[in-house]
Design a protein around this ligand. Sequence first.
Ligand code: FAD
Length: 470
Amino acid sequence: MSCSYLWLKDDFRISNNQALQALIDDENKRKCAIYIYNRDSYLPREAQQWWLAKSLEIFKKKLENLNISLDVIHGIETKIFKKLINSKPFNRIYWNKSCDINENIIEENVKKILNESNIIFKEFKANLLNPVEKIKKDDGTPFKVFTHYWKKAEQIYLKNNHNYNEKIYKNYNKNSKKDVNIQSIYPKKNWYKKFEKYWEPSEENAKKILNDFIKNSIEKYAINRDIPSIEGTSKLSPYLKFGQISVHQIMQKCLEIKNKKIGYRKYINEIGWREFSHSLLHNFSTMQSNNLRKDFDNFKWNKNEKLLIKWKKGLTGYPIVDAGMRELYETGWMHNRVRMIVASFLVKHLRIHWLEGEKYFRDTLLDFNLANNVAGWQWVAGTGADAAPYFRIFNPILQGEKFDAKGYYIKKWCPELKNIPDNFLHKPWEMPKELQNKINVIIGKNYPFPIVNHEEARNSALKAFKELRR
Ligand SMILES: Cc1cc2nc3c(=O)[nH]c(=O)nc-3n(C[C@H](O)[C@H](O)[C@H](O)COP(=O)(O)OP(=O)(O)OC[C@H]3O[C@@H](n4cnc5c(N)ncnc54)[C@H](O)[C@@H]3O)c2cc1C
């Protein structure tokens, strides 16, 4: 008996999933799903191996409730498809296009193989508001400035009629056997076990978070989004990356809000930044490993493994930087304001290449996506489109004082600083010796001296930047 397939990618949801819906509506009685785990594309993405394995476990059960069996296969996509075509009769396959430009190349190669074997396939829209190739300037060239891009992209999205028909399928609790091909995706280090305290990668959870955010937090988003000690942002990013929720579902919920105030506008704009990053990567694919601004190709970056490790471990001596890096390692996520501060510290104070930071975030972020990560790093480094200029250097002391004045965030992630008085929170090295002894925060012993002096590092970065201009 012939069968129809779903090629499952980063879309672990039953509702608002066009490819899955096409499979459900397909006239073939036998319906299967396949997930191909290509280890190479998860190097280095150790944190996301946990999210992926969890998502597969949860989603496999959901698909079984719809009488769709899920096969998780390890290997290279094109090879697996060739094998599949030779071993199993199937005549139709559906998938949702990936948002990742490297995945899109794989999809094109798979299409060739399917065409050669006369297998009908249908690719549905990616988890983006607009098809990425659609938004161009009037002269047909890609946008490099966010505000211009988003003005057009948002209008086009709103003009189109999105028949948003969310079908809900009941989720019965069915016990299914452990799948060894899923179990072997979990990272080898036990590091990931901590994530279970903070996240549950299910569609239901994503919907609950979205509903709670719209009900309780979006109104104050414009202010609270910059305060890392408050849960002022939606924290939907990993769910969005793995498709437990789609950007259309988020947009729809936002559009339903009656009183659309500044919080709504700011939030929608952030969704716009996600679209913009994807548009940039689509149009300038070399920026995944090269400066978008070629004038930075001769910039004098430092190679310093020791400082890089101190940054990764959250031992720089600057509390706001250290708190951010430790939040990342503990939870697989970091607040956006702090991402900007730690990234700026790496590329400007330590003058280490943004690609090193990009790689570390790739490995440790649960929400890593190529477009946002590369665009985020190039934005901070000043090498990207519509980026913060290189000469604008975040002062980690002032940033801490402005966005974590009482030190709630710092004390949460750097508990050794919990007794520090407010006036030394962001510059603990200035504490007099007697005070250090009294509160048992001995700089150089249980909290590090700053690994670089802010003023000196700033001047040296500006000098390197000036030399580039010559
Ligand atoms: C150096 C650096 C690296 C980054 N790497 C990633 C990454 O790998 N993956 C990732 O999803 N985001 C990345 N970001 C963007 C941003 O930090 C996260 O999207 C955000 O912190 C996620 O938290 P949230 O879901 O609570 O965001 P919210 O504030 O609730 O925003 C909602 C959604 O909008 C999008 N968004 C928000 N801010 C941005 C932004 N600045 N750029 C693009 N999209 C945004 C995200 O999809 C987010 O989930 C990076 C930012 C920087 C500065």
